[in-house]
Design a protein around this ligand. Structure first.
Ligand code: GLY
Length: 369
């Protein structure tokens, strides 16, 4: 097998090496403050926890294996995590929770910037040890690539002080949630830096980071100090009552072109950097589904959670026909991938992958600031 080189600076340059998650042993975690704020009030997930039904795990794994094979058939090297036992509790001096989550979405945990892979702080208690699923790969990359920088952000304490008690009520209602999120009154407080890797988009020298439920301003400030050669831009998307992870909201396809969720438009003042540099932000097509699959955390907007293989080629979930049609009109070749029955395990095609190598260099796409 070829030796590893870790290198990826953006979301669109030719993908050559990627991690694809696994659904093994995935659990619905018990209630905890950050998770409760995210699970939609009318969700079938409310009030239940424990291992997901085995037949759904098997089906999700079949789809993830099939996706990995599709990528390999295109010459892309695919690595897989080594699942830990997610039934085990997480206990620290500061908190206890009865189970963990899973390792289907490596994108949530691992942020690749150039030759670095950074393990995010995470902001859910059940995800505190999730990086362990990826440690065998990180160790292998460290041995094989002398330039690989394996980094980890400070582990957060995740005491109750990290979460606003206002979000503990089960019946807040979507109207109030929309008012709160528009005012950037999110579930996480500013006690310590918190971020999930899936709140970050990479545009070469610029990192765009969603401020929301899973990433706070201190987390964004930590990223700014850590990636001191980059410009780090906080963004937020009013219109999302459950704002976690940027990749069903804002999706760069190639230099100069981004899809934006039409229900969660980037505010005018935050568009300036894109407008000044000739980037077009277009509304994403409507999802093909009215509801997410059973026991799913995410919204129907996983339709736009696509994986770009190169600036002309994009993987789109097979049932998302409107999204595929739009990609075609935008001049992209569409690779259909069946994944909907794995969505419940942590997201779509972008979520279930993490970059290791794209043929890319660190470019400045925003020279006019
Ligand atoms: N933030 C993920 C979603 O829209 O479901």
């Amino acid at each position: 097998m070829e030796k590893t080189v870790v290198n990826s600076w953006n979301e669109w340059d030719p993908l050559k090496h990627v991690i694809v998650g696994r659904a093994d042993n995935c659990h619905i975690p018990p209630e905890e403050p950050a998770l409760d704020a995210k699970v939609p009030e009318d969700s079938d997930m409310r009030g239940q926890h424990g291992m997901r039904p085995l037949h759904t795990i098997d089906l999700a794994n079949d789809l993830l294996d099939q996706f990995a094979k599709q990528l390999e058939a295109r010459g892309i090297r695919v690595d897989r995590p080594t699942p830990i036992d997610h039934s085990l509790p997480v206990t620290t001096p500061d908190f206890h929770t009865d189970s963990q989550f899973g390792c289907m979405p490596p994108r949530d945990v691992l942020l690749t910037v150039g030759s670095e892979i950074l393990e995010a702080t995470m902001s859910y208690r059940c995800r505190w040890f999730e990086y362990l699923n990826y440690r065998p790969l990180m160790e292998q990359y460290f041995d094989e690539d002398p330039n690989f920088r394996h980094e980890t952000a400070p582990k957060p304490r995740l005491t109750d002080a990290d979460y606003r008690p206002d979000y503990l009520s089960e019946k807040i209602g979507v109207d109030k949630r929309l008012k709160w999120t528009a005012k950037k009154f999110f579930v996480t407080t500013e006690v310590e830096p918190l971020f999930d890797a899936a709140d970050v988009l990479r545009f070469g020298k610029d990192l765009v980071v969603q401020h929301g439920f899973t990433t706070n301003l201190k987390g964004i400030e930590w990223l700014r100090r850590h990636f001191s050669e980059h410009r780090v831009h906080p963004v937020n998307f009013p219109g999302d009552p459950y704002p976690i992870h940027i990749d069903a909201t804002f999706t760069p396809l190639r230099p100069g072109l981004i899809l934006n969720n039409p229900h969660r438009r980037l505010p005018d003042d935050q568009r300036v950097m894109f407008e000044k540099n000739g980037w077009e932000i277009v509304d994403a097509a409507q999802p093909a589904h009215n509801t997410p699959p059973d026991l799913c955390y995410s919204s129907v907007w996983l339709s736009m959670n696509v994986l770009v293989l190169d600036p002309k080629t994009v993987c789109v979930e097979k049932s998302e026909v409107y999204q595929a049609e739009q990609m075609d009109k935008l001049g992209m070749e569409v690779v259909e991938v069946e994944l909907r029955d794995a969505y419940a395990f942590g997201g779509g095609l972008h979520c279930c992958t993490a970059d290791v190598y794209r043929e890319s260099t660190c470019e400045d796409y925003f020279p006019n600031m």
